[in-house]
Ligand binder design. Structure first.
Ligand SMILES: Cc1cc2nc3c(=O)[nH]c(=O)nc-3n(C[C@H](O)[C@H](O)[C@H](O)COP(=O)(O)OP(=O)(O)OC[C@H]3O[C@@H](n4cnc5c(N)ncnc54)[C@H](O)[C@@H]3O)c2cc1C
Length: 255
């Protein structure tokens, strides 16, 4: 397969109790990835887990980087992999974020939990291009939050909320929507995270006439539009998250 690569692990570090940061050698993959795209990782050589697991590309400059949460068996196995081991990955897959139009001044990225992952690559691309970059990040508690210095280095103004108030402001990420200047002509919103969160972003955007895109992270199997396991309801009918998405227009998805 022409987009299948075997990439050596350069590091796989635990960041918090729940979050890991995996760096792979770039191979021929890194240069092909656009912000918002994902890769399918073969977790083990055995039958379990049978399907590859999808991950957004967190960064793809000198290496291919993933930021992931340990959720079940697959990510648990992944978290135990060591430097020097080789991962079999397919990618880049899916649609990417479209870049803001020339009129846009304010770019707002709204990430819930691990949904923040595709925004590092997006901020790498938009840094130093004259946009005001804002990142609103909502996590469950301190185990789901991390040092945002790399986003800040990319010129992002970062605001954090947690459900229990252990980091940043207490509450869902919607408590941070007041940081957004509701300037319809000059604002572009990007969001990724749990459905309920993206629904609240969609409502906010609709109320203020803001344009945006969302990246859906449905449970996925084949990753190439064949099994139809990851369909998303949209105003234009059902679409596959893996091939028609994961990035859709914010007003298109029915949450
Ligand atoms: C396009 C895309 C990009 C993604 N990017 C990232 C990323 O950058 N970092 C990251 O940590 N995760 C990401 N995910 C989610 C990641 O793929 C799942 O967490 C992973 O597949 C879980 O595998 P597992 O074997 O550990 O868990 P499983 O044993 O398969 O599942 C454990 C639990 O997690 C739930 N679950 C599995 N997949 C998802 C999902 N997609 N959304 C919500 N709940 C799920 C299951 O229903 C189950 O309750 C992404 C998913 C998609 C579709």
């Amino acid at each position: 397969m022409k987009n299948q690569f075997k990439l050596k692990i350069l590091s796989n570090k635990k960041i918090t109790d729940k979050l890991y940061y995996l760096i792979l050698e770039p191979g021929k993959l890194a240069a092909q990835v656009k912000p918002g795209q994902f890769i399918e990782v073969r977790i083990s050589d055995g039958l379990e887990p049978f399907f590859r697991r999808p991950f957004s590309v967190f960064r793809c400059q000198k290496s291919v980087e993933l930021f992931y949460e340990v959720r079940g068996k697959g990510t648990e196995i992944l978290s135990a992999k060591n430097k020097g081991e080789v991962l079999d990955v397919i990618g880049p897959l899916g649609t990417s974020f479209s870049l803001p139009s020339k009129k846009v001044k304010q770019v707002v990225m709204i990430g819930g939990g691990i949904g923040v992952a595709p925004f590092m690559a997006l901020s790498d691309t938009l840094n130093n291009k004259g946009y005001e970059l804002v990142l609103l990040y909502g996590g469950r508690n301190k185990d789901y939050t991390f040092n945002m210095s790399e986003f800040k280095k990319n010129g992002c103004k970062v605001f954090v909320s947690t459900d229990d108030g252990s980091v940043g402001v207490k509450g869902k990420v919607s408590v941070l929507f007041n940081k957004i200047k509701a300037d319809a002509e000059r604002t572009m919103i990007y969001t990724c995270g749990p459905r309920a969160m993206m629904a609240s972003v969609q409502d906010f955007a609709k109320k203020h006439g803001l344009k945006g895109e969302c990246s859906c992270e449905e449970v996925m199997a084949c990753g190439v539009g064949v099994c139809l396991g990851c369909v998303v309801k949209t105003v234009n009918g059902y679409k596959t998250c893996c091939k028609d998405g994961p990035v859709f227009r914010l007003d298109e998805v029915v949450f």
